[in-house]
Design a protein around this ligand. Sequence first.
Ligand SMILES: CC(C)(COP(=O)(O)OP(=O)(O)OC[C@H]1O[C@@H](n2cnc3c(N)ncnc32)[C@H](O)[C@@H]1OP(=O)(O)O)[C@@H](O)C(=O)NCCC(=O)NCCS
Length: 197
Amino acid sequence: MVILRAYRPDDLDALYRICLETGDAGRDATPLHNDPLLLGHIYSAPYGALEPNNVFVAEDEDGVAGYVVGTHDSVRFSQKLEAEWWPQLRQHYANARGMTDMDRGRIATIMQPHGSPAELVEPYPAHIHMNLLPRLRGQRIGTKLLDMWIDQARSAGVRGIHLGASATNEGGIAFWSRSGFNRLPVGGGAVWFGITL
Ligand SMILES: CC(C)(COP(=O)(O)OP(=O)(O)OC[C@H]1O[C@@H](n2cnc3c(N)ncnc32)[C@H](O)[C@@H]1OP(=O)(O)O)[C@@H](O)C(=O)NCCC(=O)NCCS
């Protein structure tokens, strides 16, 4: 049985683990990284740490195996990251050794985060990331987690949500397209989607 519930602080390790195990365009990114925390530092953990009310998880008998994380206000979240999240990581990774190319790319992001394209943030101020381990996929759990997140955002007066998917993540792209998100004509390495609430 799978339970969908609000985030708790002791879910933080699961946010890191799931992010890594789905971080290669939906596939396990463990072989690509010597540092197993780097992906989570960017794409999952800061939401649990800084915006825990905007995180929902899916848990089965073997533990937490999926999440949706996000923020209602991408600009304010970037400011929070600059104040409360990036500084200690920048210090930690300043002299990092023994890293893979992927690790070095993630460290570059921590040193100089790119954020979302500016033209998306005005019409779609919120953004999300959703990741499920393979054992939970294809059972509409992603759809239910997304509905929970959207219901809460709508109640809070959020007017739109954007997200970026890796161009090679065909499953993710199919999911967002079928979940009411519009593919947006924005350049860069990712495929961008938005939905108006
Ligand atoms: C993408 C993901 C969140 C979808 O969650 P899910 O619970 O597996 O999806 P659902 O069962 O709710 O599917 C909803 C719809 O999306 C479609 N869909 C979901 N995954 C799909 C896939 N891999 N290929 C094609 N269609 C897919 C379903 O067929 C379904 O369509 P329908 O309404 O016509 O039946 C989940 O598979 C996942 O976490 N994947 C790995 C990480 C990832 O890629 N995250 C997104 C990063 S942008």
